[in-house]
Design a protein around this ligand. Structure first.
Ligand SMILES: C[S@@+](CC[C@H](N)C(=O)[O-])C[C@H]1O[C@@H](n2cnc3c(N)ncnc32)[C@H](O)[C@@H]1O
Length: 282
């Protein structure tokens, strides 16, 4: 047996020695999850933890020391106020992706698109589609992903968050929605160059699905493919909203102009990186 706060200090110290950037925060998450208790119980009651719980926490620590992402160990991540289930095998939603949700909601308000049809390409856990559907109850949001695991997870996330106005399909980009025309298409596609994969942190490189990252030798393969066809799937004056990788805003904007889109604006994320581009058909 050990009491919780003593164990917390020990976990934090182990993670610090192993070079983790936020050892205390991570230790807290591992402990709360392993022991299945809330923060109040931890600090108010400082409970003694029995052997089976200690074993579970030790198991999580061992995995984390092998750089398994914390979100795969806890099973969840917070995204724009939603609890998103993140099992191994699906891309973990990033905080900077909240920018595309925020900006799409702003665009919907500006353009009066509250009763529209929206498509989220490369939906992953469904995080973007679900946030849009939840904030825009009169829309129908379609989410498409090529990964079976992603679609299974997105469906689970719709149910966990009780979002009804979404539909998820497995397939290659526009494949499953060939007969539909949308007011708005959003996408956070893979955008890492093949040469950069090796430089990614081990959490990403070793554990996240490669198909969620890799976008050809220049990192632009998905923007190219989506821009090639998006015009056919958008209604007149429809909008296309992309999340961008670092340094991709100029080239994506030029590619879009060549395909008949007009750039509306580029938006920076909280770190000052040009993260989202809004384009209009025609
Ligand atoms: C960067 S992740 C984004 C996931 C999610 N939209 C988010 O923001 O967290 C890219 C996603 O694209 C999916 N994907 C890769 N190739 C695809 C394709 N050809 N058609 C549809 N989805 C694809 C991957 O499975 C992955 O879930």
């Amino acid at each position: 047996m050990s009491n919780a706060t003593t164990l917390l200090r020990a976990l934090s110290s182990t993670l610090e020695t192993a070079g983790f950037e936020e050892p205390f925060k991570e230790a807290e998450e591992l402990l709360l999850n392993g022991a299945n208790i809330g923060r109040t119980i931890l600090y108010r009651d400082n409970p003694f933890l029995e052997k089976p719980l200690l074993k579970k926490i030790k198991f999580l620590l061992k995995k984390r020391l092998k750089r398994v992402p914390l979100q795969y160990l806890t099973g969840y991540t917070e995204f724009f106020g939603l609890k998103i289930f993140t099992p191994p095998g699906v891309f973990i939603p990033r905080p900077e992706t909240e920018t595309i949700v925020e900006e799409t909601l702003r665009l919907v308000k500006e353009e009066g698109l509250q009763r529209s049809l929206i498509l989220d390409l490369c939906t992953g856990t469904g995080c973007i589609a679900l946030c849009l559907a939840q904030h825009l109850p009169d829309t129908i949001v379609y989410g498409v992903d090529i990964s079976e695991e992603a679609i299974r997870t997105a469906l689970a996330n719709a149910s966990i968050n009780r979002v009804m106005n979404v539909k998820f399909y497995r397939g290659d980009l526009f494949g499953p929605v060939r007969d539909k025309r949308f007011d708005l298409i959003v996408s956070n596609p893979p955008y890492v160059k093949s040469t950069e994969i090796g430089e990614l942190p081990p959490e990403i490189r070793l554990y996240e699905p490669l198909e969620s990252l890799y976008a050809g030798s220049d990192g632009l393969e998905f923007y190219r493919r989506i821009l090639q066809n998006a015009g056919d799937f958008l209604k007149q004056k429809g909008h296309l909203v992309f999340e961008l990788g670092i340094g991709q805003s100029y080239i994506v904007s030029e590619m879009a102009k060549n395909k008949g889109f007009s750039p509306v604006r580029i938006i920076k994320d909280l770190s000052g990186i040009e993260r989202v581009i809004i384009l209009r058909k025609g």
